[in-house]
Design a protein around this ligand. Structure first.
Ligand SMILES: Cc1cc2nc3c(=O)[nH]c(=O)nc-3n(C[C@H](O)[C@H](O)[C@H](O)COP(=O)(O)OP(=O)(O)OC[C@H]3O[C@@H](n4cnc5c(N)ncnc54)[C@H](O)[C@@H]3O)c2cc1C
Length: 471
């Protein structure tokens, strides 16, 4: 006997985006079902703690007090008291952005670039041109472009100019916010969120128990809707509308589907339309994060050291304990070394010991006695750390960001679903907004009750449904 109930909205993925979407729909009395491929929730926002008391994440993570308050978690978050970045060039460190501003060669080159821009209004062709016009050739070629290329894994002339728009706001604003942070002894959030305004009253915090605690809070009350180890294998589209999905070999009806899976995977999941085909070409940068656990503290001149010089395998080394001392036992610290790679390449396949060994060599110019300080290390890898904005698919990327998937009832949300450099606060507010709009649409025009099952007639599409209607 077939059920007469409206099918739930199916959510692909139980990271912060999937959980936020589920909550937003539940608040509007729309039934949901979350399918998570992994053995636990939180996705990229997972935190790890080892037996020696070191905590670490995918990269260094923090959120804002504003997001913590929205999730009613303010009381269980610690304030991050400070945050700072330096750039190392020719063995010398310059504070970002003040120290870099003090370089007269950079200033001169930036001023002449601005002057030229007054007479040349043509849009830049690629990221290299965009950076040179914005910052001048000296700063672009010596600092910004080597970092962008190491981070993206592609030459800047293959990257779209939109890479520049994804970077934090103006230098003046950054300086003002940094000054506010110094006065208040809080790491004021700068360039962190696009959906909500920057303010001296918005600063970084870290939840007790790590980032995963945020997702655990979001998951409260949703327990019976979550299926773990449930990889979505197919999403069925009939007549241009998402109507169901296949999970672990079983088919389900769905009023709509919200996917948080990486966008380049979605076209492979969708059956019944080619609308998403252009998104299959999108590339993500794979990263290894090598966490070196060391004796000592304050080994770097600041929390983050950027390394634009080509001699380094890494482009960034972070000592998160300078911001968040609770991440390591007293008198000890962790350096995180980010190394970009391609999933499956020689670096990706190295053993954990080999990655640690090579990263120790890379860090030696910064911390000469790093090997003597070593307690141990942990390497995290992800094939989907950063979206890479290649020019060759820039039009398709814009289409995704402006029009969505092009399939009714199929949303692609979250950092990798939107193919954007979104941090958790943006993921939260954007997903909330989109899920609420979907809920309103579904309430105006609910999915048909007792809808025919996506299997097998629906999967054959309109013709199969029509032939049954007349039989
Ligand atoms: C290096 C790095 C540093 C960062 N630092 C910060 C920071 O300091 N502050 C901050 O706010 N944000 C930070 N972020 C961003 C933040 O981690 C992400 O924005 C956020 O975790 C993304 O959540 P999501 O739900 O969109 O995606 P994810 O967390 O990737 O969740 C997607 C989920 O979908 C599941 N899934 C995928 N395919 C399927 C399928 N077919 N079937 C079922 N399940 C599937 C996955 O297993 C995963 O659990 C950082 C990100 C990186 C990479």
């Amino acid at each position: 006997m077939r059920s007469h109930k409206t099918p739930p909205v199916a959510i692909v993925g139980g990271g912060i985006a999937g959980l936020t979407a589920a909550r937003a729909l539940r608040e509007r009395a729309i039934p949901v079902r979350i399918f998570e491929a992994g053995t636990e929730l939180a996705g990229l926002a997972r935190s790890f703690k080892d037996e020696q008391g070191f905590s670490f994440d995918f990269g260094a993570h923090f959120v804002t007090n504003r997001l913590a308050a929205a999730l009613d978690m303010g009381a269980v978050c610690r304030t991050v008291p400070r945050y700072g970045e330096v750039v190392r060039k020719g063995g010398r460190y310059s504070a970002y952005p003040l120290g870099l501003l003090a370089n007269p060669r950079h200033d001169l080159s930036a001023a002449s670039a601005r002057l030229r821009a007054l007479f040349d209004r043509t849009p830049p062709r690629d990221a290299a041109e965009a950076f040179r016009r914005e910052y001048g050739e000296a700063f672009a070629d010596e600092i910004a472009l080597p970092l962008v290329e190491a981070w993206a894994g592609a030459p800047a002339d293959r990257l779209a100019p939109s890479v520049l728009q994804k970077l934090p706001g103006s230098i003046l604003r950054t300086l003002l916010m940094r000054a506010a942070g110094r006065l208040t002894h809080r790491a004021v959030a700068i360039g962190y969120c696009r959906e909500q305004p920057e303010s001296p009253h918005v600063w970084h915090v870290y939840p007790e128990g790590g980032m995963g605690a945020l997702c655990a809070r979001l998951a409260e009350g949703l327990e019976e809707t979550v299926s773990l180890q449930s990889r979505v294998e197919k999403i069925y589209v009939v007549d241009g509308r998402a109507v169901g999905l296949r999970v672990n070999g079983k088919d389900f009806d769905a009023a709509a589907v919200i996917s948080t899976a990486p966008i380049h995977v979605l076209p492979k999941l969708v059956e019944g339309t080619d609308a998403l085909a252009p998104f299959a070409a999108f590339k993500f940068r794979a990263m290894t994060f090598c966490n070196l656990h060391l004796h000592g503290r304050g080994l770097l001149p600041d929390v983050v050291v950027w390394l634009p010089e080509r001699g380094f395998r890494t482009f960034r080394v972070t000592e998160a304990t300078q911001s968040m001392p609770w991440l390591a036992p007293e008198g000890k610290t962790t350096l995180t070394i980010d190394v970009g790679c391609h999933a499956g390449d020689a670096w990706w396949q190295l053993s954990e010991e080999a990655v640690i060994d090579r990263c120790l060599d890379d860090v030696r110019p910064l911390v000469p006695d790093v090997r003597e300080r070593l307690i141990g290390g942990r390497v995290l890898r992800t094939p989907i750390a950063y979206p890479v904005f290649l020019r060759e698919y820039e039009n398709a990327r814009r289409r995704l960001s402006e029009d969505g998937t092009g399939v009714a009832g199929l949303l692609s949300v979250g950092r990798n679903g939107e193919f954007d450099h979104l941090l958790m606060e943006d993921v939260y507010y954007r997903t909330l907004d989109r899920a609420r709009r979907l809920a309103d649409e579904l309430r105006r025009a609910p999915a048909p009750r007792n809808a025919p099952s996506p299997t097998p007639a629906r999967r054959r599409g309109k013709a199969a449904v029509a032939s049954r209607a007349v039989s």
